[in-house]
Design a protein around this ligand. Structure first.
Ligand code: ADP
Length: 248
C-alpha cells in the first residue's frame, strides 16, 4: 500500500463573504515533498494553508490530512505550523525557548511527566535548529529569526512530520535566511514534509521540489523545473508587478 498523501485538496472553494479567495483548487502534497506555495499578495495563500490545516472550513470540496478528513484529524502534534503572527509576536507568555520546545514534547507524549528520553529529544531538537546556546532566553526576547527556529524545534520535539511555514523569514537578515532555508532543506531530507509560503520566488525555485502557484485559482502545480519552463508565473501575477526574485 502506498502511504496516504500528506495533504489532499479536492475541488476546494472558499470565500470571505461574497469574495472568492480560493476557487476550485485541487492539489495533492505527497508525504516527503517540499512544496513552495507562491502567488501575489492577497492571492489566497494563507487562506489555502489554513484550509489545509483545518483552521478554516471550505465552502465546498474536501481536504484530507494523512488520509483522514481534516475535520476529524486528531494528531495535531504531527503538524508544526509557523504562522506569520508566531514569528512577529511569539506570544506574550514569559516562557523560555527550552520550555516552549518542551511543550511540544508534552504534546507528543500526551502526559506531563517527561522521561529522560523525552528530555533528550528536546535537547536534540534545540541542537538541530541551532538554538541550544540561547535555550534559556525568553521567547519574547528573541529576534524573528530565532523565534521561528524555536517554533520549528517545538515541532521537531513533538515529532511533527509536516511543517507548514507562512513567510517565515520576513524581517530576518539575508545570512540568517539562507541558514534557515538550509535547515528546512535538511529537515525535508530527513523525511519531513514541508509547505512553504514565500514571496521570494528564487528561494522557492532553489529549495522546493514542487511548486503550487495560485491567484485564487491554481495556475500551476508540479515540479520546480516544469514551473520554471511554464508561463504560470506571469499568468498568475499578471500586471500586479509583485514578482520578487533575488538572484544568488
Ligand atoms: P495571501 O496569503 O496570498 O497574501 P490571504 O489568504 O491572506 O492571501 O488573503 C486573500 C484575500 O482574502 C485577500 O484579499 C485578503 O484581504 C482577504 N482576507 C484574508 N483574511 C480575511 C478575513 N479574515 N476576512 C475577510 N477577508 C480576508
Amino acid at each position: 500500500m502506498t502511504p496516504a498523501p500528506a495533504v489532499d485538496v479536492r475541488d476546494v472553494s472558499f470565500a470571505y463573504g461574497e469574495t472568492p479567495v480560493v476557487s476550485d483548487v485541487s492539489l495533492t502534497i505527497e508525504a516527503g515533498e517540499f512544496l513552495g506555495l507562491i502567488g501575489p499578495n492577497g492571492s489566497g495563500k494563507t487562506t489555502l494553508l489554513h484550509l489545509m490545516l483545518g483552521l478554516l472550513e471550505p465552502d465546498s470540496g474536501s481536504i484530507d490530512l494523512f488520509g483522514e478528513p481534516v475535520d476529524q484529524f486528531a494528531d495535531g502534534e504531527r503538524i508544526g505550523y509557523v504562522s506569520q503572527q508566531s514569528t512577529e509576536q511569539g506570544g506574550s507568555m514569559p516562557v523560555t525557548i527550552r520550555e516552549t520546545v518542551t511543550m511540544g514534547r508534552f504534546a507528543h507524549a500526551g502526559h506531563a511527566r517527561l522521561t529522560d528520553e523525552d528530555r533528550a529529544i528536546v535537547e536534540d531538537a534545540l541542537e538541530t535548529v541551532g538554538i541550544t546556546d540561547i535555550a534559556d532566553r525568553r521567547v519574547t526576547q528573541l529576534s524573528g529569526g530565532q523565534r521561528q527556529r524555536a517554533f520549528i524545534a517545538r515541532a521537531l520535539a513533538s515529532e511533527a512530520d509536516l511543517l507548514a511555514l507562512d513567510e517565515p523569514t520576513v524581517g530576518v537578515d539575508a545570512e540568517s535566511r539562507d541558514a534557515f532555508y538550509q535547515l528546512l532543506e535538511s529537515l525535508n531530507e530527513s523525511g519531513i514534509t514541508i509547505i512553504l509560503i514565500e514571496h521570494d520566488i528564487g528561494v522557492v525555485t532553489d529549495r522546493a521540489s514542487r511548486i503550487a502557484c495560485i491567484n485564487t485559482e491554481l495556475y500551476h502545480h508540479g515540479d520546480t523545473e516544469s514551473f520554471v519552463e511554464s508561463d504560470a508565473l506571469a499568468e498568475a501575477y499578471g500586471a500586479t508587478g509583485q514578482i520578487v526574485h533575488h538572484d544568488h
